[in-house]
Design a protein around this ligand. Structure first.
Ligand SMILES: [Zn+2]
Length: 188
């Protein structure tokens, strides 16, 4: 239970359910489960092109000839790629920064993969960089730092439009969300 409790988003109740589930499994299935965890670090590596976690480097996305190499989507973490891929709207390449700028915790742009980003832009014929970072303080700061860093580069720098989430109510929207929704308004 202690081990499960350490996982993000898992409380004691869920841990307990996990334990009872695992106890009911046949031993062979439990062994497969244990082996997957044991081999995690050996089987998963970091793609040396986009820096996402994968079983191969370059990862299937970086080695897919059908993807548009002129578009580069910058995300903070490897798992941010999944929801973007699920939209099936983006067919370009990715770049995982490995975090966001956080002045309070002493994380500056030099601690992220910004040098690698600049190197990719200098080398690859990229025409547009899309900043897909969270609309929170760290994400905003990182977007600002990156757009400043890329100012002199011959690339278009864009960011995700941030509007009101579907089903939300203007009355309860926070100031930042509403300000962005106004800024990124579209012709109807
Ligand atoms: Zn990759």
């Amino acid at each position: 239970m202690d081990q499960f409790n350490r996982l993000p988003g898992i409380g004691p109740k869920t841990s307990e359910r996990f334990i009872f589930y695992l106890l009911r499994l046949p031993k062979t299935e439990l062994d497969t489960f244990a082996d997957s965890i044991r081999n995690l670090k050996e089987n998963i590596l970091i793609c040396q092109t986009c820096f996402s976690y994968d079983e191969r480097s370059p990862c299937p996305r970086c080695s897919d000839p059908k993807r548009d190499r002129s578009l580069l989507c910058v995300v903070a973490e490897s798992h941010d790629i999944i929801p973007i891929e699920k939209t099936e709207m983006f067919h370009g390449m990715y770049h995982v920064l490995g975090g966001t700028v956080n002045h309070l915790e002493g994380i500056g742009p030099e601690h992220l993969r910004t040098r690698e980003l600049v190197r990719r832009i200098d080398a690859n014929g990229i025409s547009e960089v899309i900043l897909a970072l969270n609309p929170d303080l760290e994400g905003e700061t990182t977007s600002m730092v990156l757009s400043r860093l890329l100012k002199e580069k011959p690339v278009r720098v864009t960011r995700l439009a941030q509007g009101l989430p579907t089903g939300s109510n203007i009355e309860y929207a926070d100031q930042m969300t509403l300000a962005h929704a106004l800024q990124d308004r579209k012709e109807v």
